[in-house]
Design a protein around this ligand. Structure first.
Ligand code: NDP
Length: 481
């Protein structure tokens, strides 16, 4: 097999050799083979990229939103033109089934660039308040530190609004899924983005990430990843009062209300919707709905439906059209998820289906069976911690008040879902859930709606108008004329 080698980083508009000559292996999560190698840069390289971004900020920040929007349009076209290459790469890196890769892993980020391009002429970068002219100005040099689970989406959610705002960017993508970021840098070069406006530096987060966060020339850090690293970054950044946006973990609940059971159709939809949002991307989704809350009297019916539907989630290669659940991203992630399955058993949760054993016939690849626990107590670790694998906990409740309490019994506050046969009732319950997103009766993910967390799921909002505003400072000029 050919191994693709990208041994340079993109700094100040050029592909340059990093200061060391080490490379990082990129592993195919299905075959466990190295399919690419990328540059392992150093802190010195990260600082060089920050200097380039600082210099470029002088002129980029003075361009018009219209001009910046035109670049964003062309970036959207460049990503769309690479749809098949990018989706194949991400399916190898992350394990996402290819069809979903095309739609979610590449289609959504392309549309984020298009959406920001449209906002160039729609958004009011200036407004009058009494005798003041209020102007929205770019925050400055942004360090974007991104994870591996939806790698290009999380990059686009930071880079597109940052560029429209007039910021310049140094991107440090996840080591487990960096190749897609190289293709994005190719697009940036192709569209002729001015030198230093976008820079790509790959290497270990502990070195490159820390260097970016600690560099005094960085004005803002936009981070997506684990709550522990997010907290560490916020503490480092606090020293210099750097702006920080954090999009962290979640432990979202699907709340199935009693009245759903009035109709066979609605209960079927609720179970399907909940399972889809639990197993999506093998559970490696920050908004994964990994807790299903059901009325105690209906527990047996739900268990039967969940077990039957879970059996339809075929596990296999992301390149097989029948596959609904691909491998996890890495050996480490696979081990971590298997450990959680063992922990849940030790804590007394009942295994309904799945388990920690290797799925039949899949000895190679980081596969884990879709696994469901029932009889889960809301305080067990399996009900509290982010597993980041295809593992569902069914938790029963006595009444609606308790359902809402259980949904909110989490240190996280990212997402959730409510199902009811009465739409108004569903909205009323959704308003009582302390999370940044709630899907009501199967409402689809909206890539232009604000996205972010309450509590330990982070702060700041990504996507759409609110996502753009995170990259803007607000200046009031009191006019004496
Ligand atoms: P991390 O939080 O460790 O990694 C996210 C990004 O931060 C990566 O680019 C990483 O670089 C970088 N990074 C790591 N350490 C530092 C540091 N000290 N300073 C600055 N940047 C740093 O997530 P993991 O990939 O290790 O995943 C672990 C768990 O986190 C998952 O099991 C899941 O529970 C959760 N997670 C949540 C996500 C979400 O969307 N909310 C996304 C990904 C993970 P590098 O890749 O080089 O380590």
């Amino acid at each position: 097999m050919d191994v693709e080698v990208r041994d340079k980083i993109f700094v100040d508009g050029s592909w340059i050799k990093p200061s060391g000559d080490q490379l990082t292996d990129v592993i195919d999560s299905t075959t466990e083979e190295v399919f690419a190698k990328v540059a392992k840069a150093t802190a010195a390289d990260a600082n060089k990229a920050v200097a380039a971004a600082r210099e470029a900020f002088k002129s980029w920040s003075q361009t018009s939103p219209d001009e910046r929007g035109k670049y964003l349009s062309r970036i959207n076209e460049g990503i769309s033109a690479r749809m098949s290459q990018l989706s194949e790469i991400i399916s190898k890196e992350v394990g996402t089934p290819l069809g979903l890769s095309q739609f979610i892993q590449v289609g959504v980020p392309a549309s984020t660039f298009a959406d920001m391009a449209n906002r160039a002429n729609e958004y009011e970068f200036e407004e009058r308040i009494g005798n003041s002219l209020v102007v929205k100005e770019p925050r400055g040099v942004v360090a974007a530190i991104t994870p591996w689970n939806y790698p290009l989406h999380q990059i686009a959610a930071k880079v597109a609004p940052a560029l429209l705002a007039g910021c310049t960017v140094v991107l440090k993508p996840a080591d487990l899924a960096p190749l897609n970021a190289y293709l994005l840098a190719d697009v940036m070069e192709e569209v002729g983005l001015p030198s230093g406006v976008f820079n790509l530096v790959t290497g270990p987060g502990t070195e490159i990430g820390e260097a970016l966060v600690s560099n005094p020339e960085v004005d803002m850090i936009s981070f997506t990843g684990s709550t522990s690293v997010g907290s560490h970054i916020a503490q480092l950044a606090a020293k210099d009062i750097k702006r920080v946006a954090l999009e962290l973990g979640g432990k979202s609940a699907t709340v199935i209300l009693e009245d759903v059971f009035n109709s066979d159709e609605t209960i079927a939809k609720a179970v399907s919707g909940g399972l889809f949002m639990c197993y999506l991307n093998s559970g490696q989704t920050c908004i994964a709905q990994t807790r299903m809350l059901v009325p105690k009297a209906k527990l047996a019916e739900i268990e039967e439906r969940v077990a039957a539907e879970t059996a339809t989630y075929t596990v296999g290669s992301p390149f097989d059209a029948m596959t609904r659940v691909g491998p996890l991203v890495s050996k480490k992630q696979q081990e971590s998820v298997r450990d959680y399955i063992r922990i849940a058993k030790d804590e007394g949760a009942q295994l309904l289906t799945g388990g920690e054993e290797t799925p039949e016939g899949l000895d190679k690849g980081y596969f884990v069976k879709p696994t469901v626990f029932t009889g889960v107590d809301q305080n067990m670790r399996i009900a509290q911690e982010e597993v980041f694998g295809p593992v569902l906990s069914i938790i029963s409740y006595e009444n609606e008040k308790e359902a809402i309490e259980i949904a909110n019994n989490s240190s996280y506050g990212l997402s959730g879902a409510v199902w009811s046969s009465d739409n108004d009732h569903a909205v009323k319950v959704a308003k009582q859930i302390r999370t940044g997103q709630v899907e009501v009766n199967g409402g689809m993910f909206n890539p232009t709606a604000p996205f972010g967390g309450y509590k330990k799921s982070g702060y700041g909002r990504e996507l759409g108008k609110y996502g753009l505003e995170d990259f803007l400072e607000i200046k009031s000029m009191q006019l004496g004329f």
